[in-house]
Design a protein around this ligand. Structure first.
Ligand code: AMP
Ligand code: GLY
Length: 425
């Protein structure tokens, strides 16, 4: 059987890599894919991005089902289009994807269903937004309502930064329609974790926990990025915390969507902030898997993932049990020169070591042309190491990275430091 994965990042390489391991899968198409998916014999890139054209392709090729990686096609309604044509696809509809595509929708939804999150208000009026900031004080967080490719959140430490963020979004329209409304919310302190589950409309199947590193530089300094590295499991998500997040956040979200007549299907990702007392709050929802969290999560998943996705599409996730490699998987992102502001493209990449049982290199911003691999995006590669402890997984990943080079390559040296500093890590 043949499958299709939509997207071109490290997340999609990892999803396609895992699906292709199933003995019943002949080929996994990736649209549009990257240099890594181009190099793997079990995967094939397809240069189509329009959802209707992709649906035509799926019909022609008799593809069994489609898995969508990024949020943009979901928010644009690729699932609605495929379902209307009777094609099997895993992801949320355009309506359900509002949990990610509109921060205001997500916040109002959480309020209606008493799901723990930061206090907030939504504004489209500039003066009212400025007045609210003055009333609340700093630190405070300003978020563009719509999808802004990781540029829509400003964690303002000072009133000046907060006012400037409001001006940038509401007055100067720097983010276009995405910034025409802003959510202004309470600053939450604590440790973040990514809590990702699969939902079939009714049943919920949690994936392994993970933690991302959003800042560019070591010690969580520098600008926010799409994610500079991630590892799984995240020790902060203890069994008790897991049960609590399911009870207070995930299940009320899935039930709430059902009650409101918008059944959620797809990956549901709750970005959590866990405070010093151990109380989790929802920072955001994503309606897809995380990138780079997917890379370590897929590296740990055992068994036939294609069967899991098939069950999710069929509405029988309650019959599935996942098995995880007990080791820690730790992924380090290698980013391009001048990422995240203006990543340079076209640098020649060399030295990627062959995949082993404990080290895998997933591609993101790479292109293969005439047998040569070059950089073509901000996050270029994600090198995942697997080992019995966080520290050993770090050693495996960083050892593999020592072989890889391209001009301007930048990466963090401390991925996993929070987990490594805990006991028994
Ligand atoms: P988001 O896209 O909403 O996850 O925001 C991106 C990043 O901004 C998060 O991963 C956090 O690091 C930070 N952030 C978002 N909301 C808050 C908040 N209310 N308090 C503190 N940090 C936040
Ligand atoms: N790693 C964060 C995200 O995928 O949004």
């Amino acid at each position: 059987m043949k499958l299709l994965v939509v997207g071109s990042g490290g997340r999609e390489h990892a999803l396609a890599w895992k699906l292709a391991q199933s003995p019943r899968i002949q080929l996994v198409y990736v649209a549009p894919g990257n240099g890594g998916t181009a190099q793997d014999d079990r995967l094939r890139n397809v240069g189509i991005t329009d959802p209707n054209a992709l649906a035509d392709f799926v019909e022609q090729e008799q593809i069994a089902f489609t898995l969508v990686g990024p949020e943009q096609p979901l928010a644009a309604g690729i699932v609605n289009i495929f379902r209307a044509r009777g094609l099997k696809i895993f992801g949320p509809t355009r309506e359900a994807a509002q949990l990610e595509s509109s921060k205001d929708f997500a916040k109002a939804f959480m309020k209606r269903h008493a799901i723990p999150t930061a206090e907030y208000e939504t504004f489209s009026d500039v003066a009212a937004a400025h007045a609210y900031i003055d009333a609340k004080g700093a630190p405070i967080v300003i978020k563009a309502d719509g999808l802004a490719a990781g540029k829509g959140v400003v964690v303002a430490q000072t009133l000046e930064e907060a006012h400037a963020a409001v001006d940038m979004m509401l007055s100067d329209n720097k983010l276009g329609d995405a910034g025409a409304r802003v959510v202004i919310e309470e600053f939450l302190a604590g440790e973040e974790a990514s809590f990702i589950v699969m939902v079939d409309g009714k049943h919920v199947l949690p994936l392994a926990s993970s933690q991302d590193h959003k800042r560019l530089l070591d010690g969580d300094q520098g600008p926010n990025t799409g994610g500079m590295g991630a590892y799984s499991p995240a020790p902060i998500v203890t069994p008790q915390m897991h049960a609590r997040v399911m009870r207070e956040i995930i299940l009320p979200t899935v039930r709430g969507m059902e009650q409101e007549g918008i059944r959620f299907t797809g990956f549901l990702y709750a970005g959590l902030m866990i405070d010093a007392q151990g109380n989790p709050k929802t920072l955001e929802f994503n309606c897809r898997m995380g990138d780079p969290e997917t890379q370590p999560i897929m590296a740990r998943l055992k068994g036939d993932f294609s069967k899991v996705v098939e069950a999710a599409i069929a509405g029988t996730l309650d019959t599935v049990e996942l098995e995880w490699d007990r080791r820690t998987a730790l992924g380090v992102v290698l980013a391009a020169h001048h990422y995240p502001d203006a990543p340079r493209k076209g640098d020649f990449i060399s030295g990627i070591p062959p995949e082993t049982a404990d080290a895998i290199t997933f591609h993101a911003g790479t292109t293969l042309a005439d047998g040569k691999l070059t950089t073509s995006g901000g996050r270029v590669l994600c090198v995942v190491g697997l080992a019995d402890s966080v520290r050993s997984a770090q050693s495996v990943a960083y050892e593999a990275i020592n072989h890889i080079s391209f001009d301007g390559m930048q990466y963090r040296r401390d991925i996993g430091y929070r987990a490594a500093s805990r006991k028994h890590s």
